[in-house]
Design a protein. Structure first.
Length: 237
Protein backbone atom coordinates (compact mmCIF):
# COMPACT_ATOMS: atom_id res chain seq x y z
CA UNK A 1 0.00 0.00 0.00
CA UNK A 2 1.30 3.44 -0.98
CA UNK A 3 -1.59 5.91 -1.26
CA UNK A 4 -3.29 5.89 2.12
CA UNK A 5 -5.71 8.81 2.11
CA UNK A 6 -7.38 11.35 -0.16
CA UNK A 7 -8.63 14.63 1.33
CA UNK A 8 -10.79 17.26 -0.33
CA UNK A 9 -9.51 20.73 0.54
CA UNK A 10 -12.95 22.17 1.10
CA UNK A 11 -11.61 25.52 2.31
CA UNK A 12 -10.47 26.21 -1.26
CA UNK A 13 -13.90 25.66 -2.82
CA UNK A 14 -15.89 28.84 -3.41
CA UNK A 15 -19.12 27.27 -4.65
CA UNK A 16 -20.74 23.84 -4.64
CA UNK A 17 -23.09 24.81 -7.44
CA UNK A 18 -20.48 24.38 -10.16
CA UNK A 19 -18.93 21.21 -11.63
CA UNK A 20 -17.39 19.06 -10.24
CA UNK A 21 -18.52 20.10 -6.76
CA UNK A 22 -22.17 19.94 -7.78
CA UNK A 23 -21.86 16.16 -8.16
CA UNK A 24 -23.53 14.72 -5.03
CA UNK A 25 -20.73 12.27 -4.16
CA UNK A 26 -18.11 15.02 -4.55
CA UNK A 27 -20.16 17.66 -2.73
CA UNK A 28 -20.30 15.51 0.41
CA UNK A 29 -16.73 14.25 0.10
CA UNK A 30 -14.30 15.05 2.91
CA UNK A 31 -11.79 12.23 3.25
CA UNK A 32 -11.30 8.80 1.76
CA UNK A 33 -9.07 6.19 3.38
CA UNK A 34 -7.67 3.42 1.17
CA UNK A 35 -7.21 0.12 2.98
CA UNK A 36 -6.64 -2.37 0.14
CA UNK A 37 -4.06 -2.82 -2.60
CA UNK A 38 -6.96 -3.01 -5.07
CA UNK A 39 -9.78 -0.46 -4.90
CA UNK A 40 -12.67 -0.18 -7.34
CA UNK A 41 -14.73 2.94 -8.01
CA UNK A 42 -18.25 2.11 -9.21
CA UNK A 43 -21.26 4.20 -10.15
CA UNK A 44 -23.38 5.42 -13.01
CA UNK A 45 -21.92 7.72 -15.65
CA UNK A 46 -21.64 11.19 -14.17
CA UNK A 47 -21.43 9.95 -10.58
CA UNK A 48 -17.93 11.38 -10.07
CA UNK A 49 -15.78 8.23 -10.07
CA UNK A 50 -13.72 9.18 -13.14
CA UNK A 51 -13.53 12.78 -11.92
CA UNK A 52 -11.88 11.69 -8.68
CA UNK A 53 -9.61 9.24 -10.49
CA UNK A 54 -8.43 12.02 -12.83
CA UNK A 55 -7.79 14.23 -9.83
CA UNK A 56 -5.60 11.55 -8.26
CA UNK A 57 -3.71 11.16 -11.55
CA UNK A 58 -3.18 14.92 -11.66
CA UNK A 59 -1.71 14.97 -8.14
CA UNK A 60 0.54 12.02 -9.09
CA UNK A 61 1.76 14.19 -12.00
CA UNK A 62 0.75 11.54 -14.52
CA UNK A 63 -0.30 12.68 -17.97
CA UNK A 64 -4.03 13.35 -17.63
CA UNK A 65 -4.64 12.08 -21.16
CA UNK A 66 -3.06 8.78 -20.15
CA UNK A 67 0.47 7.74 -19.27
CA UNK A 68 3.00 8.25 -16.52
CA UNK A 69 5.20 11.12 -15.45
CA UNK A 70 7.52 10.76 -18.45
CA UNK A 71 4.80 10.66 -21.12
CA UNK A 72 4.74 14.30 -22.20
CA UNK A 73 2.16 14.98 -24.89
CA UNK A 74 -0.83 17.27 -25.13
CA UNK A 75 -4.44 16.41 -25.79
CA UNK A 76 -7.14 19.05 -26.15
CA UNK A 77 -9.57 19.13 -23.19
CA UNK A 78 -7.32 16.85 -21.16
CA UNK A 79 -7.47 18.36 -17.70
CA UNK A 80 -8.55 17.61 -14.16
CA UNK A 81 -11.36 19.63 -12.62
CA UNK A 82 -10.54 18.28 -9.16
CA UNK A 83 -6.77 18.00 -9.03
CA UNK A 84 -6.17 21.41 -7.45
CA UNK A 85 -8.58 20.65 -4.62
CA UNK A 86 -7.40 17.30 -3.27
CA UNK A 87 -4.45 16.27 -1.13
CA UNK A 88 -2.86 12.82 -1.18
CA UNK A 89 -1.22 11.14 1.82
CA UNK A 90 1.40 8.47 1.08
CA UNK A 91 3.37 5.90 3.06
CA UNK A 92 5.75 5.54 1.36
CA UNK A 93 5.33 7.87 -1.58
CA UNK A 94 5.89 6.41 -5.02
CA UNK A 95 6.40 8.29 -8.25
CA UNK A 96 6.16 5.37 -10.66
CA UNK A 97 2.86 4.33 -12.14
CA UNK A 98 0.40 4.84 -14.94
CA UNK A 99 -2.95 6.46 -15.64
CA UNK A 100 -5.03 4.59 -18.23
CA UNK A 101 -7.92 6.36 -19.88
CA UNK A 102 -9.62 3.94 -22.26
CA UNK A 103 -11.22 6.79 -24.21
CA UNK A 104 -7.88 8.43 -25.05
CA UNK A 105 -5.67 5.36 -25.38
CA UNK A 106 -5.38 5.96 -29.16
CA UNK A 107 -3.53 9.21 -28.46
CA UNK A 108 -1.21 7.50 -26.00
CA UNK A 109 -0.41 4.87 -28.66
CA UNK A 110 0.39 7.64 -31.14
CA UNK A 111 2.68 9.27 -28.59
CA UNK A 112 4.60 6.00 -28.15
CA UNK A 113 5.11 5.81 -31.91
CA UNK A 114 6.19 9.46 -32.06
CA UNK A 115 8.91 9.02 -29.45
CA UNK A 116 10.09 5.69 -30.86
CA UNK A 117 9.36 3.68 -27.74
CA UNK A 118 7.79 0.60 -29.36
CA UNK A 119 10.44 -1.72 -27.93
CA UNK A 120 9.20 -0.95 -24.43
CA UNK A 121 5.78 -2.33 -25.43
CA UNK A 122 6.77 -5.61 -27.02
CA UNK A 123 8.41 -4.25 -30.17
CA UNK A 124 5.21 -3.61 -32.14
CA UNK A 125 3.30 -0.40 -32.59
CA UNK A 126 0.25 -0.36 -30.34
CA UNK A 127 -1.63 0.81 -33.42
CA UNK A 128 -0.70 -2.41 -35.23
CA UNK A 129 -2.42 -4.54 -32.63
CA UNK A 130 -6.08 -5.03 -31.88
CA UNK A 131 -7.51 -2.82 -29.15
CA UNK A 132 -7.43 -5.68 -26.68
CA UNK A 133 -3.93 -6.76 -27.68
CA UNK A 134 -2.61 -3.22 -27.28
CA UNK A 135 -4.07 -2.99 -23.77
CA UNK A 136 -2.39 -6.27 -22.86
CA UNK A 137 0.91 -5.07 -24.32
CA UNK A 138 0.63 -2.13 -21.97
CA UNK A 139 -0.24 -4.30 -18.96
CA UNK A 140 2.49 -6.87 -19.50
CA UNK A 141 5.29 -4.50 -20.50
CA UNK A 142 4.64 -1.30 -18.55
CA UNK A 143 3.07 -2.54 -15.33
CA UNK A 144 5.97 -3.26 -12.99
CA UNK A 145 6.18 -2.35 -9.32
CA UNK A 146 6.63 -0.66 -7.03
CA UNK A 147 4.02 1.61 -8.59
CA UNK A 148 0.45 2.86 -8.46
CA UNK A 149 -1.91 2.19 -11.38
CA UNK A 150 -4.99 4.31 -11.99
CA UNK A 151 -7.27 2.71 -14.57
CA UNK A 152 -10.43 4.24 -16.01
CA UNK A 153 -12.63 1.50 -17.53
CA UNK A 154 -9.82 -0.87 -18.60
CA UNK A 155 -12.46 -3.44 -19.62
CA UNK A 156 -13.44 -1.26 -22.60
CA UNK A 157 -11.14 -3.20 -24.94
CA UNK A 158 -11.13 -6.57 -23.18
CA UNK A 159 -13.24 -9.62 -23.93
CA UNK A 160 -14.55 -11.56 -20.91
CA UNK A 161 -11.66 -14.01 -21.28
CA UNK A 162 -9.14 -11.18 -21.43
CA UNK A 163 -10.71 -9.63 -18.33
CA UNK A 164 -10.09 -12.89 -16.48
CA UNK A 165 -6.48 -12.86 -17.68
CA UNK A 166 -6.16 -9.26 -16.52
CA UNK A 167 -7.31 -10.32 -13.05
CA UNK A 168 -4.24 -12.57 -12.91
CA UNK A 169 -2.01 -9.62 -13.80
CA UNK A 170 -3.59 -7.57 -11.03
CA UNK A 171 -3.14 -10.45 -8.60
CA UNK A 172 0.50 -11.08 -9.46
CA UNK A 173 1.38 -7.42 -8.94
CA UNK A 174 -0.86 -6.55 -5.98
CA UNK A 175 -0.22 -9.70 -3.95
CA UNK A 176 3.52 -9.04 -4.07
CA UNK A 177 2.94 -5.77 -2.23
CA UNK A 178 4.68 -3.85 -5.00
CA UNK A 179 1.63 -2.40 -6.72
CA UNK A 180 -1.54 -0.55 -5.85
CA UNK A 181 -4.54 -0.35 -8.18
CA UNK A 182 -7.43 2.10 -8.22
CA UNK A 183 -9.86 1.14 -10.98
CA UNK A 184 -13.05 2.81 -12.17
CA UNK A 185 -15.09 0.11 -13.85
CA UNK A 186 -18.50 -1.19 -14.94
CA UNK A 187 -17.27 -4.78 -15.27
CA UNK A 188 -18.84 -7.39 -12.97
CA UNK A 189 -15.91 -9.66 -13.83
CA UNK A 190 -13.22 -7.24 -12.64
CA UNK A 191 -15.26 -6.32 -9.58
CA UNK A 192 -15.14 -9.97 -8.54
CA UNK A 193 -11.47 -9.69 -7.64
CA UNK A 194 -11.18 -11.16 -4.11
CA UNK A 195 -10.65 -8.95 -1.08
CA UNK A 196 -10.84 -5.69 -3.02
CA UNK A 197 -12.51 -2.55 -1.70
CA UNK A 198 -15.51 -1.46 -3.79
CA UNK A 199 -16.50 2.19 -3.36
CA UNK A 200 -19.86 3.27 -4.73
CA UNK A 201 -20.44 6.83 -5.97
CA UNK A 202 -24.16 6.35 -6.63
CA UNK A 203 -25.46 7.82 -3.36
CA UNK A 204 -24.85 11.23 -1.84
CA UNK A 205 -21.76 9.88 -0.10
CA UNK A 206 -18.99 7.58 -1.30
CA UNK A 207 -19.75 4.28 0.41
CA UNK A 208 -17.94 0.94 0.55
CA UNK A 209 -20.22 -1.90 -0.53
CA UNK A 210 -20.00 -5.65 -1.03
CA UNK A 211 -19.68 -7.17 -4.49
CA UNK A 212 -23.18 -8.64 -4.38
CA UNK A 213 -24.61 -5.20 -3.60
CA UNK A 214 -23.35 -3.63 -6.82
CA UNK A 215 -25.78 -2.98 -9.65
CA UNK A 216 -23.22 -4.61 -11.92
CA UNK A 217 -23.57 -7.94 -10.13
CA UNK A 218 -27.31 -7.76 -9.49
CA UNK A 219 -28.34 -6.75 -13.02
CA UNK A 220 -25.96 -9.20 -14.69
CA UNK A 221 -27.03 -12.04 -12.40
CA UNK A 222 -30.72 -11.34 -12.92
CA UNK A 223 -30.27 -11.10 -16.69
CA UNK A 224 -28.42 -14.42 -16.92
CA UNK A 225 -31.00 -16.21 -14.78
CA UNK A 226 -34.11 -14.59 -16.28
CA UNK A 227 -33.03 -13.49 -19.75
CA UNK A 228 -36.37 -13.94 -21.56
CA UNK A 229 -38.38 -12.29 -18.79
CA UNK A 230 -35.88 -9.46 -18.47
CA UNK A 231 -35.89 -8.71 -22.19
CA UNK A 232 -39.67 -8.88 -22.31
CA UNK A 233 -39.90 -6.34 -19.51
CA UNK A 234 -37.43 -4.03 -21.22
CA UNK A 235 -38.59 -4.33 -24.81
CA UNK A 236 -42.33 -4.72 -24.37
CA UNK A 237 -42.99 -2.99 -21.08
Amino acid sequence: MFLKRIDLQRERISSYKEYPFSIPAIKSFHQLKLTKNVTFFVGENGSGKSTLLEGIADKCEFNKAGGGRNNAYDLHASHSALGDYIRLSWLPKVTKGFFLRAESFYHFASHIDDVGAREAYGGRSLHHQSHGESFFSLFTNRFKGPAIYLLDEPEAALSPQRQLSFLRIIHDLASSGEAQFIIATHSPILLGYPDAAILSFDEEEITEIDYEMTDHYQITSYFLQHREKFLREILEG
